[in-house]
Design a binder for this molecule. Sequence first.
Ligand SMILES: [Fe+2]
Length: 196
Amino acid sequence: MLEMIPLPYNLDALEPFYNRQTLDIHYHILYKGYVDNTNKTEEKLAKARLENNFENIKCLERDLSFYGSGAILHQLFFENMGFPTPSMPDNHLMEQITKDFGSFNRFQSQFTEAAKAVEASGWCLLVWVPTFQKLEILQCEKHQNLTLWGCIPLLVLDMWEHSYFLQYQANRADYITAFKNIINWKVVNKRFEKIS
Ligand SMILES: [Fe+2]
């Protein structure tokens, strides 16, 4: 079961930049809601598996992604605040920021503009992309776009039409069944071994 992280500072610790009332509501009501709803969704998924009844699977996967990503991002957000702090990246991170963004000022400019330009509800993130070996700044709409932040893909199936339509037309179920016969679990095993 997912648990809320304890708030790493007092409710008034971020004053005047982030006031007590805002933090109180954000942590105790909104963040709690994401954690509670992630757990509720996991329970519903367990029940669906037990009963082999997946009629609500689309809704449940969406809920898992939305609430789960909401929980993860709020945890990261509360943890990456604090005041007063010696608030600069250390040498190691600064070197990477300078390498990838040109300078700390340029990084800050891009982060600010990207955050300002987030459409509707969303987030702005500094991320490390292992495949690129590079820091990037990303916007995120809602919390998820159907992923869980920080997850590492082990097995993927392309469900875009281009990947099956020529052979299976609209029979996506047949394509999925066929895929199960050609999964190279040795590769998946290796991926899992690396990170577990
Ligand atoms: Fe929030």
